[in-house]
Design a protein around this ligand. Structure first.
Ligand SMILES: Cc1cc2nc3c(=O)[nH]c(=O)nc-3n(C[C@H](O)[C@H](O)[C@H](O)COP(=O)(O)O)c2cc1C
Ligand code: SF4
Length: 426
């Protein structure tokens, strides 16, 4: 950490921060502080920090906690969303395997503030190493009175369990996740009512992403003012970015909001491989957009990105160099969504099926120009009329690539033969 400005996670891939080390660095002092004061004061601090959810929707976290707290129903739950199903995203895994006590402290604080005494960490079953590390960390925390019946002698108790998901991307969506814990099919529910009002077993439930919750201890420990000094007036704090694809240095980085995507790729990822140039960058994972290099000067900020049509999403940045085929990349993404769609609503189920057929025709060189127009219609219908966020966002890469790389689509129509691009996995 020395020499570097202090951030929220201060990533060191070689370090596992166990309980004694975490406490020696001030860990659990924020929980102690929160338990010693009225919840409203800590909620006020979180609201003042400007923290917004890191799971994709960027909803203000303090406000969400307050919504659960203000419920007249006294039985309430907390759920940490650790499904991390977005392809190319591995930030939550890092927190859980390297900084589990920062997450546990964040969950305990948020649960106390929301008035929840029971909680779950919903972890995908593919993350078996994560699950065993979390089990061990929860045991250690209970042993040190940091979880359990009487946390730090305060009289407040939290029972925290791990729930293993079955590997469905859709179960990361908060209402599908609730159904999955309840033992039903992991299908999304109609909103409203929102989980803050009627969540797990119809009780008020606070659902937050791993990264969101793990921000909370630092905010209470160092104060909202310190947190606000990181980032920009529009977007406070830092963001974990999962970087992959055709860059020299892949991996996880923590950056303050306000940095541009060009800086993230150039400074943190050391740019494209020698002799290659960047053709496109996928921002926000499979449900994100594909943007050309000229848009990389956009700052990582919620407002600036929304204005530029960029979805920050889970914070995945996947670089495609000049050897890649946009069409193949988009085709892989559409196939992924076709596989993950639950089929409950027509725009998503049929839109993805038709888009996949046309993309296959384009790849085979047998598509006509009218197929491209149809692709645009299906994308719009999915975005406007799908029941849940999966279908609404599934066409983002298609829509953005049709705007910025249309020539690749029309070239495939004309060729009437094989494409010469290499296959790739999104
Ligand atoms: C299809 C789909 C998948 C999602 N997957 C995840 C996920 O893996 N992890 C996550 O935290 N949020 C995921 N979300 C967002 C959640 O529904 C929810 O907004 C989030 O957990 C709220 O936490 P936050 O306020 O801390 O961001 C997903 C949403 C959709 C539509
Ligand atoms: S949008 Fe797709 S995943 Fe969501 S409910 Fe409809 S069919 Fe299911």
């Amino acid at each position: 950490m020395s020499g570097r400005p202090e951030l929220v996670f201060n990533i060191d891939p070689d370090e596992y921060v166990d309980l004694p080390l975490y406490r020696s660095r001030g860990g659990f002092s924020a929980l102690k502080k929160a338990l010693a004061s009225v919840p409203e004061s800590s909620i006020g601090e979180i609201k003042a920090s400007g923290l917004r959810g890191r799971g994709g929707a960027a909803f203000p976290t303090g406000k969400k906690i307050e919504m659960v707290r203000s419920s007249s129903v006294l039985e309430r739950f907390i759920i940490c969303n650790a499904d991390e199903g977005e392809p190319g995203t591995f930030k939550d895994r890092f927190i859980m395997t390297h900084l589990p006590f920062q997450l546990i402290e964040g969950i305990a604080i948020a649960a106390y503030l929301a008035g929840a005494s029971e909680g779950y960490i919903y972890v995908r079953h593919e993350y078996s190493e994560v699950q065993s590390k979390l089990h061990a960390a929860i045991r250690d925390a209970i042993g040190a009175d940091l979880l359990g019946d009487n946390i730090l002698g305060s009289g407040y108790g939290l029972s925290l369990k791990i729930f293993s998901g079955a590997g469905s991307y859709l179960c990361g969506e908060e209402t599908a996740l609730l159904s999955s814990i309840e033992g039903r099919k992991g299908r999304p529910r109609l909103k409203p009512p929102y989980p803050t009002e009627s969540g797990l077993w119809n009780r008020p439930t606070l659902i937050n992403n791993v990264e969101t919750l793990a921000n909370i201890p630092k905010i209470l420990e160092k104060g909202a003012q310190w947190y606000r000094s990181l980032g920009t007036p529009d977007s406070r704090g830092t963001k974990l970015i999962s970087m992959s694809g055709d860059i020299q240095k892949r991996g996880l980085v923590e950056v303050p909001f306000g940095i541009t995507f060009a800086e993230i790729i150039g400074r943190c990822g050391d740019g494209p491989k020698p002799g290659r140039t960047i053709k496109a960058v996928n921002i926000g994972g499979a449900s994100g957009v594909l943007v050309p290099p000229r848009m990389l000067d956009t700052p990582l900020e919620y407002k600036a990105c929304a204005e530029a049509g960029i979805t920050i999403g889970s914070g995945a940045v996947f670089v495609l160099d000049d050897t890649r085929s946009i069409l193949q990349n988009v085709r892989n993404r559409i196939r992924f969504f076709l596989h993950e769609s639950c089929g409950k609503c027509t725009p998503c189920r049929e839109g993805l099926r038709q888009a996949n057929i046309i993309l296959n025709k384009l790849a085979a060189g047998s598509a006509g120009k009218n197929d491209i127009a149809a692709l645009e219609r299906y994308t719009r219908a999915m975005q406007d009329a799908s029941f849940c966020g999966l279908g609404q966002a599934a066409g983002n890469s298609l829509r953005s690539s049709l705007s910025y790389y249309r020539k690749e689509y029309s070239d495939c129509c004309r060729k009437n033969g094989k494409t010469d691009h290499k296959e790739e996995s999104a």
